[in-house]
Design a protein around this ligand. Structure first.
Ligand code: NIG
Ligand code: FE
Length: 411
């Protein structure tokens, strides 16, 4: 199946050669081609160029993109979309004055989701999750990372990871999975945290590795959850199974987690709403990418990740949704970009780079996704008729997408 897109007003994120990520001042540059065409063969971008050079190219399907922009689909490198039920009551509780921490301490939060998930069949969990996958594909997400962490028992964690694997096998969207059993301490282990860590290391990890259910390891490194020593134990154990870390860190407190993550060659450190100068020092010169989750800050009314500090220090930055029932019940990446521009003072160029090529890097898939490059997967957003790419973050809340193509399929 071949598709030719013609008369593209502006083709965004055009990279002639493959790059790993963009950092610092480079993030300000978004390479584009005006009045362009793009040719897809099966699942691959095989050609693109200026309309002047179209020269008799043809395809089974031709899409006229006059007045429309074309860009790579979003690469959402941090989500928890496999979950059961919702937590809208906690949302109301927060409006009425309770904090995220107070709700968690009353048995709400992650433990609330874990209880629901443990009592849900794998089939039902799959059905609930598939509806969210379809939702985000329509919103332009073409690659996604999904975490476990609402199981908290061996059985329920494996159930989550198997659901992620089924999604991986059944949908054109690219999926990477992350094992996050160290997300919260289950009630059975309330006074025995080391017992739970031992369960993760000695019982869960070998099974996850045996069934090849995860690409990455994650830990919620946070006061009241898992400390630096707990985090190190889990990262060390996971490295024996070649699971690179992508960790939740510095969401509410900064106490050295980033340094530990970098030491263990983390692919990404995610959240970073709280940040010390030492955290930036730890990231400098490393291959670990920081990931900001602005719609989590928006929803919880917590500080935003200081994007300017990170980028101005010369670091790369990725943007992701954190789609989950507690802190971010939305997987709308367009709204993530808007929030990053409005609240974190990122420019549209920086935000688009952060949500495409840098998001791909934060999932280890930058060789195949995240830019318009010959040989990469045909994952594209065709916008409605819009004046410029600045309009994408500007028109927050509007759906600007005309069509989404994932792996060469029109969604
Ligand atoms: O990334 N911070 C930890 N995990 C999730 C929220 C989990 C929940 O509240 O269900 C997050 O924000
Ligand atoms: Fe998260």
């Amino acid at each position: 199946m071949s598709i030719l897109i013609t008369n593209i007003k502006e083709l965004l994120q055009v990279r002639e050669t493959k790059i790993k990520n963009v950092k610092g001042a480079e993030m300000q540059i978004l390479p584009t081609l005006k009045n362009a065409y793009l040719l897809i063969d099966n699942d691959t971008i095989v050609d693109y160029g200026s309309m002047r050079y179209l020269n008799g190219l043809d395809a089974e399907t031709v899409i006229d993109a006059s007045n429309k922009l074309v860009l790579p689909t979003w690469c959402d490198s941090h989500t928890h979309i496999v979950y059961s039920g919702q937590r809208e009551q906690e949302f109301v509780d927060r409006i009425n004055g309770l904090s995220y921490e107070e709700i968690a301490n009353r048995g709400g939060g992650i433990l609330n989701s874990a209880k629901k998930l443990q009592n849900t069949s794998e089939e039902n969990l799959y059905i609930q999750s598939v509806s969210r996958i379809k939702e985000v594909m329509k919103l332009g997400t073409g690659a996604i990372e999904i975490k476990s962490g609402y199981g908290l028992t061996t059985e329920a964690e494996l159930k989550m990871l198997r659901v992620i694997k089924r999604i991986k096998n059944n949908f054109p969207i690219k999926v990477k999975s992350t094992f996050l059993a160290a997300h919260a301490l289950p009630l059975d282990y309330k006074n025995n945290k080391q017992g739970f860590i031992d369960l993760i290391i000695n019982n869960m990890l070998p099974k996850v590795a045996e069934e090849q259910l995860a690409n990455y390891i994650d830990v919620f490194c946070e006061k009241g959850y898992f400390n630096l020593d707990d985090t190190e134990q889990i990262l060390k154990a996971a490295s024996k199974y070649h699971l690179m870390p992508k960790i939740h860190v510095n969401q509410f407190n900064a106490f050295g987690g980033i340094k530990v993550a970098v030491k263990h060659h983390a692919l990404s450190v995610d959240h970073l709403e709280e940040l010390n100068p030492e955290d930036i020092d730890a990231l400098m010169g490393s291959s670990t990418i920081p990931v900001a989750l602005p719609t989590c800050s928006y929803f919880l009314s917590i500080p935003y990740t200081p994007a300017r500090q990170l980028i101005d220090a010369g670091l790369p930055l990725a943007l992701a949704s954190d789609y989950n029932p507690g802190s971010t019940p939305s997987g709308n990446m367009n709204f993530v970009l808007s929030t990053a521009c409005i609240k974190m003072k990122m420019t549209p160029e920086e935000a688009i780079n952060a949500a495409t090529i840098n998001g791909a890097y934060a999932m280890g898939i930058e060789n195949e996704y995240g830019s318009i490059t010959k040989g990469k997967k045909a994952n594209l957003i065709i916008t409605k008729e819009i004046p410029s790419y600045n309009f994408i973050p500007y028109a927050f809340g509007s759906n600007l997408i005309d069509q989404v193509i994932i792996n060469g399929d029109r969604i």
